[in-house]
Design a protein around this ligand. Structure first.
Ligand code: VAH
Length: 318
């Protein structure tokens, strides 16, 4: 019986990951949330939900004990652009929160997944085929928290034997829950504009490549790594995973195949552009493929078709 706590269960990843885990496992899959971000609809009705503030270690421990949790997905974080506006809060949630989770995991023998990101790399990292093991000198607070997340999670594995694992997510694209203030959010917002028949104002400059991934592949990675045979893992925190790399003009051109009159113009946001420029263009994910069989399913064309099909339903547009 697998009992899982998802901290941040109503966010872009958590809202879909919680439902996927509930469809996979027959144990308690607990939706952890904070007041003001309550689970709704199927997420609320399909399983247990508890207030879990990552900054309250006692609260995390109470829920872990109540449901005999064996795995914690710690998805609590401020995304990159918001983190630049609130750097101290980003550090607090990202690292003091993580420390609470790791201490509870150490005391209760839980495995822990805390995502890292392409944001953990910086301007001095090789941008093309970014290696699994390479220099990580990020220049954003989000990136600083993600590098520290990787180091602290590895420390708890080597020092205390806590089963910590994670992946470096690309920009994630989905139609279910809007992202919450990231640099890659444009790649979600462009689809909404297209389906609504609106012009899209792109905050990221033409020619800015970033790793991107469709949410179903991201969820598959988050589950597969936690189910992987630990004896095969050379790395733990955190694996490069990649599926596609594109710049705004590429996703625009793909959407235009369905909406030939769709218009886009650029109004570059200097904060997000500076962050995007510091990130890789495309990661090398050979270690994830070798150590736990990572393989993505979606490319740009398949993702675009699925996004448009589902957004038309969600937005009630013919
Ligand atoms: C962000 N979507 O833009 C997140 C993610 C790799 C990007 O970390 O901040």
């Amino acid at each position: 019986m697998k009992n899982v706590l998802v901290i941040g269960s109503t966010g872009q990843i958590g809202s879909e990951l919680t439902m996927k885990l509930r469809n996979m496992y027959d144990g308690s899959i607990v939706a952890g949330y904070i007041p003001g971000a309550e689970p709704k609809g199927e997420l609320l009705e399909s399983g247990p939900a508890e207030v879990v503030n990552v900054l309250d270690g006692k609260q995390i421990a109470e829920v872990v004990k109540k449901y005999r949790i064996d795995t914690i997905y710690n998805l609590a974080a401020l995304l990159s652009a918001v983190a630049e506006r609130k750097p101290l809060m980003a550090w607090d949630i990202g690292l003091n929160g993580l420390l609470n989770v790791l201490e509870v995991a150490r005391e209760n023998n839980c495995a822990v997944f805390t995502p890292s990101s392409i944001g953990s790399f910086g301007p001095s990292t090789p941008h093309d085929n970014t290696p699994q093991d390479t220099i990580q000198r990020p220049t954003s607070m989000y990136g600083v928290t993600k590098v520290a997340t990787e180091l602290l999670s590895d420390y708890y594995f080597h020092k205390f034997g806590v089963d910590t694992r994670s992946v470096r997510f690309p920009g994630l694209i989905s139609y279910t829950t809007l992202p919450g203030g990231g640099t890659t959010d444009y790649a979600v917002e462009i689809y909404y504009a297209a389906v609504k028949g609106e012009e899209f104002v792109c905050p990221i400059a033409k020619g800015t490549f970033m790793d991107m991934m469709y949410m179903p592949d991201a969820l598959k990675a988050a589950v597969d790594i936690m189910e992987a045979d630990p004896s095969r893992l050379v790395h733990r925190n955190s694996f490069n995973i990649a599926s596609m790399s594109f710049a705004p003009e590429h996703v625009y051109a793909e959407i235009c195949k369905t909406y030939p009159d769709f218009k886009m113009r650029y109004e570059v946001d200097p904060v997000r552009q500076a962050i995007a420029d510091s990130w890789p263009d495309k990661m090398d994910d050979s270690c994830a493929r070798k150590e736990w069989g990572w393989t993505p399913h979606y490319g740009l064309a398949g993702m675009s078709a699925d996004m448009i099909k589902n957004l038309k339903i969600k937005l009630g547009v013919e």
